[in-house]
Design a protein around this ligand. Structure first.
Ligand code: NAD
Length: 363
């Protein structure tokens, strides 16, 4: 069996706890992983002068594969999101989020099995913004009036929503290739092309063009994002692979996670042409950080995705089997899942849940 070196960025908040749990499980699953620990987050500001040290980026580039815990983005401080910076710097243009029902996880449906493919590099996440009252905002407001593009109130802050042909082609093609590789039948593109003709309209047009290349092999349809959300809540089984511009994909993946047991069990990956960084959908959960209450399942299932990516399919399958077994038994589950299932059993700590997983893995 090959040894792999993986960069581990534990992150902050509950990331410290979920990353430690994930490491224990991966070490017990049969794959041979050497970890190179790298730091990112607010705590690096004091030591390194930046929340995303160059040494961390270099470590991901060196090993090509990383797994990270969540990182807090303080609101309204001018502190840019480390996650967005990492995705941009490493060209991680795909955010991949499988959403699968887990027995005993308190989900609203037991038949969800879909994959969210979210564009990761542009849209309102591009970080192109003008503060209200700034010269840039004033110039843009004047330009819009002059060009007849529309009236913007002078006291507006403005975030720009760029959607390019190139990035839309890349993400839609990734969704179709993923569908082909994994035996999936249909790709659905979600958008608001009826209102934002030049951004979402472009995305839909490109999606339809790319879909033609796969005609007869993978079906295609599209949904307006608000209808998509309603359809997800009423009947998620109608979706197979769904592809989104950045912001809608972010919202839809939390919505989808909510249908199957919440953020505690939702894994994900950021994938580029050269590098891949695996991470849970959830954030740093400051409200429960440091209390040994976090559910590490999402990061552990993200590690299973990482093992698939490394070709360690059997090790990944063992982790998924152990997770399914612990959830189906229902004896040792963390508080987030207890709250959903309404069980009167005491909530397991992050450590106790991880111990139960290790027992299941050892069988
Ligand atoms: P969050 O995901 O951290 O928390 C939302 C809710 O879900 C909270 O009630 C939390 O306790 C619960 N929760 C989340 N993960 C859980 C888990 N594993 N086990 C049990 N409960 C869990 O979202 P937020 O509060 O909006 O964000 C907190 C911080 O995390 C923000 O600074 C945000 O920017 C950051 N964030 C980081 C990432 C990332 O690093 N990839 C992703 C999302 C948010």
């Amino acid at each position: 069996m090959a040894r792999h070196t993986v960069t581990l960025i534990p992150g902050d908040g509950i990331g410290v706890e979920t990353s430690a749990a994930m490491q224990r499980v991966v070490e017990a699953c049969g794959a041979e992983i050497d970890w190179e620990i790298a730091e990112a987050g607010a705590h690096c500001l004091e030591t390194e002068g930046t929340p995303l040290p160059d040494s961390t980026i270099e470590a991901v580039k060196r090993n090509k594969v990383a797994i990270k815990g969540p990182i807090t983005t303080p609101v309204g401080t001018g502190f840019r999101s480390v996650n967005v910076a990492l995705r941009k710097t490493l060209g991680l243009y795909v955010c991949l989020r499988p959403v699968v029902s887990l027995p005993g996880a308190g989900g609203r449906y037991d038949n969800v099995d879909l994959v969210i493919v979210r564009e990761n590099s542009e849209d309102l996440y591009a970080g192109v913004e003008f503060e209200e009252g700034s010269e840039g905002a004033r110039k843009l407001i004047d330009l819009c009036a002059k060009e007849g593009a529309g009236t913007i109130r002078p006291d507006s802050g403005i975030s720009v929503k760029p959607i390019s042909v190139t990035a839309s082609q890349d993400i839609v093609r990734y969704a179709f290739e993923y569908a082909l590789k994994h035996g999936r039948k249909k790709v659905t593109a979600a958008h608001k092309a009826n209102i934002m003709k030049y951004s979402d309209g472009l995305f839909l047009r490109v999606a339809r063009e790319v879909a033609k290349e796969y005609e007869g092999r993978v079906d295609f349809d599209d949904r307006i994002i608000d209808a998509f959300c309603m359809n997800m809540v009423t009947d998620p089984s109608q979706f197979d692979v769904a592809v989104f511009p950045n912001l809608y994909g972010d919202i839809a993946s939390d919505l989808a996670a909510g249908l199957v047991g919440g953020l505690g069990i939702a894994p994900g990956a950021n994938i580029g042409k050269e590098y891949a960084v695996f991470e849970a959908v959830h954030g740093s959960a400051p409200n429960i950080a440091g209390q040994n209450k976090a559910n590490p399942t999402a990061e552990i299932l993200s590690a299973a995705m990482m093992l698939d990516h490394l070709g360690e399919l059997e090790a990944a399958a063992r982790i998924r089997r152990a997770v399914t077994e612990v959830y189906a038994a229902g004896e040792c589950l963390t508080g987030d899942i207890r709250n959903l299932t309404g069980s009167d059993k005491p909530a397991a700590s992050c450590t106790e849940f991880t111990d139960a997983l290790l027992t299941a893995l050892a069988k």
